[in-house]
Design a protein around this ligand. Structure first.
Ligand SMILES: Nc1ncnc2c1ncn2[C@@H]1O[C@H](COP(=O)(O)OP(=O)(O)OP(=O)(O)O)[C@@H](O)[C@H]1O
Length: 293
């Protein structure tokens, strides 16, 4: 078996290509993910995220390029590789007649180094549903069960494809805490999500993919030059909302306070959100960021 930590990166992809009926879905994609990183892959519908991730998981054949995942080519992984990888697919199902307890205990038997099944059930917050059949779980609870099955084998690398779709806000926060604790234990995590706040909360780096290529890659606070973007200062003066873009919002606010004699009415200072930057990168007009010339 490959010693995964002896490989310099958890994932290395160069020039990955995949076409369906002659149409490119992944078109020369490069990517490096370090051991222990939480990496989020963002992109609009049809951008090529699932195709890429499924090639990394060994579920789809590529047409070209080099791929190394935990030191092995997923197209020819060899013994022991699959047990080192946890996968939570976009949609799941099956085994609907078994209870949570039965399912998790059953699948634990497949792994040489399984986590304690009862601890996993508790970790995903399904303690109280332990004796409930899978088909009677709510959508969000079913997703937690999927995550439980994904982490059961104590994977070195965990793929999460849109893991919190259908979660209520509280469940999402709890799930984030679970992922954060897995990451703290050293699990490398590849996350695809359409929730920008989820990427911002969880990921050390995000990659934006459009038309089968990575078009931006950085930490959430630096993506697309976000940290260099000017702040927008808004306030009310003479009955009108005033707006100014500036690289020095503190100086502007201080000058305003001086000029207006103290409290600045209606003052807000905002920076572009990750969503603003993301929409700009994929070529959509930002909806929340007011651009002032
Ligand atoms: N099995 C397939 N056969 C034919 N075309 C496919 C197949 N799977 C994906 N495609 C096409 O490849 C492109 C990329 O799809 P993919 O599922 O990788 O995108 P995605 O970024 O995961 O999208 P989403 O956010 O909607 O899940 C799309 O145009 C899609 O229609």
């Amino acid at each position: 078996m490959v010693d995964v930590m002896s490989t310099p990166t958890a994932i290395r992809v160069r020039g990955l290509r995949k076409a369906y009926a002659g149409v490119a879905a992944v078109d020369g994609l490069d990517l490096d993910v370090e051991h222990g990183e939480v990496f989020a892959l963002l992109g609009p519908n049809g951008a090529g995220k699932t195709t890429t991730v499924e090639i990394l998981e060994g579920f789809r054949r590529r047409d070209g390029g080099e791929v190394s995942v935990l030191g092995a080519d997923p197209a020819r992984p060899g013994a022991g590789w699959r047990e080192r990888i946890g996968i939570v697919l976009q949609s799941s199902g099956g085994h609907d007649e078994l209870t949570v307890h039965e399912l998790v205990h059953h699948f634990a038997g497949y792994y040489p180094d399984a986590r304690d099944p009862d601890e996993v059930i508790a970790a995903v917050g399904l303690d109280e549903k332990s004796t409930t059949r899978a088909r009677h779980l709510s959508g969000g609870q079913r997703r937690r069960l999927d995550v439980a099955l994904g982490i059961l084998g104590n994977p070195a690398l965990l793929f999460l494809d849109e893991p919190t779709t259908g979660f209520d806000p509280e469940a999402r926060r709890e799930f984030w805490a679970l992922i954060t604790s897995l990451a703290a234990d050293g699990t490398t995590i590849i996350l695809t999500t359409h929730y920008l706040d989820e990427a911002e909360h969880l990921a050390g780096r995000v990659g934006v993919i459009t038309s089968g290529r990575i078009v931006a890659l950085d930490s959430p606070d630096r993506l697309g030059g976000r940290d260099q973007d000017q702040a927008v200062v808004r306030w009310t003066e003479d009955g009108h909302t005033q707006t100014e873009r500036t690289a020095e919002p503190t100086a502007l606010v201080s000058a305003l306070a001086h000029r207006l004699g103290g409290e600045v009415p209606g003052l807000t200072v905002s920076r572009p959100t990750l969503e603003d930057v993301y929409l700009r990168l994929i070529g959509e007009p930002a909806q929340t960021m007011e651009v002032v010339s």
